[in-house]
Design a binder for this molecule. Structure first.
Ligand SMILES: Nc1nc2c(c(=O)[nH]1)N[C@H]1C(S)=C(S)[C@@H](COP(=O)(O)OP(=O)(O)OC[C@H]3O[C@@H](n4cnc5c(=O)[nH]c(N)nc54)[C@H](O)[C@@H]3O)O[C@H]1N2
Ligand SMILES: Nc1nc2c(c(=O)[nH]1)N[C@H]1C(S)=C(S)[C@@H](COP(=O)(O)OP(=O)(O)OC[C@H]3O[C@@H](n4cnc5c(=O)[nH]c(N)nc54)[C@H](O)[C@@H]3O)O[C@H]1N2
Ligand code: SF4
Ligand SMILES: [Mo]
Length: 768
């Protein structure tokens, strides 16, 4: 542990509650996180935090923290076991399933949540050593439609788009509420700056009067699920009126003629009418967006987890592409990824790997949680039989909780690695307790910024309690116990020690390559080799950071000039070394690369660097909009199942005590609707979908529109009520009891969480 100054006894780390990972400084006392402040030395967040970060001790320290490996007993209860027993039993069972049924019978679910990524990187060594490609992750129930579209437009699914909101003068926020959910650094401050500037415009497209909508210059309160109609009408306006950026289109794109033909025939008025919006306002926005000098689009779950998810991703990108708002200051841009978490899966490859039961292909190397119960709960001989879940709680967060519960009960082996005793852990055969993100070396791989990109390696700030391990060590021990990895690397480890002192001698890379040439089977667990060699030689116990040595070298190879602009020097090799050294030293985070806007073209991965505008696979969905006159599904309400609010934070906080308001996670409903069903605020009610029903508490709110109701994400967990000691209670709604995995996007299988048709009954209506 390194205290960074003498006057303030506080340590730098980061908030782990959302993808921004704001830098924080924490006073620690007796293993507890005490005072938490924004870290002004963090170059990305610059001292900014939101109301959620100050309460991080509710993550670090609560009665549901795991302290010891547990294994399931015959009677369904758990018993404490030693790490040695846990590892050897898990290894034996994995080996047995692997040998009996093949590598496809083992799957992995996780990805490191909002800030547990450094440890996750090593799980790739376990997966590749076992030969399983089946990586299920939360990203594949929100962003894979977007990634798929990126693959078509920019050549590779790893080309990820970001938005330069800081410099834009016209911003469309579609289906996102950054005031609560953030999604870009210092969101509230940036929003306030834009609001104050007379010549900058914010347009919010959201069925709800959100906190962001209240700040906007224009709020388009469309009917839920009508974004594809709205964006088509906007594109129709731009193209039919010739407002596209011809020069940009000619120089940088292909396929505009096909796009033009599609949008020239859009019946604009008819489409806008279906959204419930005013035609003049919508068309004015389309024109103003097209003529703005620096405009960008920022989207999130409101369109990605609603109907037409993948089509929506195409349309929002066409908005900034046909108007030339790409690869410019204040526009949308591609960005670099320090650790390439978003990969590319070639869907044109005939021999690509698919899942055995549902035949799903990966997008960006990810498989969608939506299909996992069907891959397990079947008699199919090639079904998934063993699953490792790390840093995720799919029983509460994936669609259709009951399908998940039933499927997980059928697994021959379920191993859960978590810091807390979650609903998913309770179904496991083995629960392996991990160190918290404040007890180990960690980092977040959400390096999503452009033109400057940032990274922070976080040192532990709290001594670990109980008998926990960090994930890399858990994975290493399993690999060793399975005989897939050496117990130690005495020579490489010694060389690594010398290398850290004298990198210019180039010794470690030489020996490492030599070793891998002799033992090529360890190439697939290269990151674990780094962990077991250079990691062991690192100071301050920073073993987990070892993989970053390789990552820093790869980054230096790809983005040399951009790294040099941050003040580092050296040839390709020494630049990588210095980048690694700086990462280890700068505990408050650092700039990793500073790019020029035109360098975006270097990140485009089509052979001729042109953007391919036309995606023929989406034509039928687009053309089908013309017949989409009636979205009535026989249910009176559309439920957004999983809203981001002031006091929810995924499933990371597992005690209700952290919440200052909205203790029950109420169902928000418009007063007219509440009057119709005869409910008042604070009344209990029953919310019923085609798939399930749950009890909710009503909150009447004019911010909603009639016919549209919302429930929050991040509730529904079980906890021990401290006032009644051992009494287990549930905090708020288990929203995924209502959702259905079949109600999903046809391409990405992303569930339509924001568009769940429901009935609502007062609790005394006899329906309960
Ligand atoms: N406070 C808080 N912040 C978080 C999180 C959290 O749990 N709590 N989680 C983090 C994570 S993992 C993520 S992915 C992000 C998600 O961040 P967001 O996507 O911004 O958050 P949501 O509230 O899920 O949905 C955004 C908006 O979509 C709107 N919406 C619903 N239906 C429609 C529709 O049909 N059309 C349009 N245009 N909009 C619609 C909702 O009214 C809502 O305002 O938030 C991150 N930040
Ligand atoms: N209906 C509906 N469902 C949704 C959403 C929605 O809007 N509506 N949103 C979806 C979205 S966008 C997301 S991102 C997912 C999130 O859902 P999940 O992927 O399940 O992730 P989290 O809720 O963040 O849960 C993270 C888990 O990691 C554990 N954890 C925390 N720190 C550590 C650590 O250091 N090591 C280990 N091993 N574990 C740790 C926590 O205890 C927790 O159990 O939910 C999705 N589900
Ligand atoms: S929740 Fe997100 S925006 Fe808020 S402090 Fe944490 S990382 Fe920053
Ligand atoms: Mo998410």
């Amino acid at each position: 542990m390194t205290k960074i100054d003498n006057e303030t006894p506080s340590w730098p780390t980061a908030c782990i509650l959302c993808s921004i990972n704001c830098g924080i400084r924490v006073e620690v006392d007796g293993g507890q996180l005490k005072k938490i402040k924004g870290d002004r030395e963090n170059p990305k967040s610059k001292g900014y935090i939101c109301q959620k970060a100050a309460r991080l001790n509710y993550y670090q320290s609560h009665s549901g923290r795991l302290a010891q490996p547990l294994s399931k007993k015959e009677d369904g209860g758990f018993r404490k076991i030693s790490w040695d027993d846990a590892i050897s039993e898990v290894a034996d069972k994995l080996a047995h399933i692997h040998n009996s049924y093949g590598s496809h019978s083992i799957a992995y679910y996780g990805g490191g949540g909002q800030g547990n990524h450094l440890c996750q990187i090593y799980s790739s060594s376990l997966r590749s050593s076992l030969g399983t490609p089946y990586l299920y992750t939360a990203l594949a129930q929100e962003k894979t439609g977007d990634f798929w579209v990126n693959g078509k437009l920019f050549g590779k699914q790893s080309c990820h788009v970001t938005e330069d909101i800081d410099h834009a003068d016209y911003i469309l926020f579609i289906g996102t509420n950054p005031y609560q959910s953030h999604g870009f650094p210092r969101a509230r401050r940036v929003l306030d700056e834009i609001v104050k500037a007379p010549d900058r415009t914010i347009v919010v497209i959201d069925p709800v009067v959100t906190e962001t909508a209240k700040k906007a210059d224009i709020h388009l309160q469309l009917k839920p699920g009508t974004d594809a109609l709205l964006m088509s009408a906007m594109l129709g306006t731009i193209i039919q009126e010739g407002l596209e950026d011809r020069e940009f289109i000619e120089e940088h794109t292909e396929g505009f003629d096909e796009i033009k033909a599609l949008f020239n025939t859009i019946p604009i008025k008819e489409y806008i009418d279906k959204t419930g919006l005013d035609q003049n306002t919508v068309q004015k926005i389309a024109r103003d967006f097209a003529s703005a000098e620096k405009a960008c689009v920022r989207v999130d779950l409101g369109i990605q987890q609603s109907i037409h998810s993948t089509l929506n991703s195409w349309l929002e990108k066409l908005l900034f592409l046909v108007t030339g708002n790409f690869a410019i200051k204040g526009g949308n841009n591609l960005h670099t990824q320090f650790v390439p978490i978003v990969g590319h899966s070639d869907d044109s490859n005939k021999s690509r790997i698919t899942t055995k039961v549902t035949g799903m292909s990966a997008i960006s190397h990810f498989f969608p949680p939506n299909i996992l119960p069907a891959e397990i709960d079947t008699d199919h001989p090639d079904r998934v039989r063993a699953l490792i879940v790390d840093s995720a709680n799919p029983i509460l967060t994936a669609a259709d909780s009951n399908a998940y519960i039933n499927a997980f009960k059928k697994l021959e082996l379920l191993v859960v690695i978590d810091v807390a005793n979650t609903e998913t852990a309770k179904l496991a055969h083995y629960i392996l307790p991990a160190q918290s993100q404040f007890e180990k070396w960690e980092a977040s791989f959400f390096t999503l910024d452009f033109p400057t990109n940032y990274f922070q390696l976080r040192a532990p700030i709290v001594e670990q309690g109980g008998s926990t391990l960090s994930e890399p060590e858990i994975y290493r021990r399993i690999l060793v116990a399975m005989g897939l990895f050496p117990k130690s690397f005495p020579i490489l480890q010694r060389i690594a020690g010398i290398h850290l002192r004298y990198p210019q001698l180039f010794l470690f890379p030489l020996f490492l390559f030599g070793y891998l040439a002799l033992f090529p089977k360890y190439k697939k667990s290269l990151l674990m080799v780094l962990y077991a060699t250079i990691g062991k030689a690192m100071h301050d116990g920073a073993q987990n950071a070892a993989a970053l040595w390789g990552v820093a070298h790869l980054y230096a190879k790809k983005y040399r000039s951009a790294i040099k602009r941050t003040g580092l020097t050296g040839n390709r090799f020494m630049l990588g070394e210095r980048l690694f050294k700086r990462i280890i030293e700068r505990r408050s985070g650092m700039e990793i690369s500073a790019h020029k806007y035109e360098e975006v073209w270097g990140l485009v991965r089509t052979p001729n660097k042109k953007i391919i505008l036309n995606i023929s696979e989406l034509h039928s969905d687009l053309q089908g909009l013309a017949n989409e006159s009636n979205l009535d599904e026989g249910y009176p309400f559309i439920l957004a199942a999983g809203e981001r609010r002031a006091y929810n934070a995924n499933q990371i906080y597992r005690t209700p005590d952290w919440r200052k308001k909205d203790l029950d996670g109420a169902l928000r409903i418009h007063p007219d609707d509440a009057a119709k069903i005869g409910v008042e605020s604070n009344d209990p009610a029953l919310c019923k979908s085609a798939n399930g029903e749950i009890k909710v508490i009503i909150q009447i709110d004019r911010a909603m529109q009639p016919g549209f109701v919302s429930l929050p994400h991040g509730y529904g967990f079980e906890y021990t009520d401290s006032s009644t000691s051992s009494h287990i209670k549930q905090n708020g709604p288990k929203i995924n009891m209502l959702t259905d995995s079949d109600h999903c996007d046809p391409i990405s299988k992303t569930p339509y969480h924001k568009y769940v048709p429901v009935h609502i009954y007062p609790c005394d209506s006899g329906k309960v």
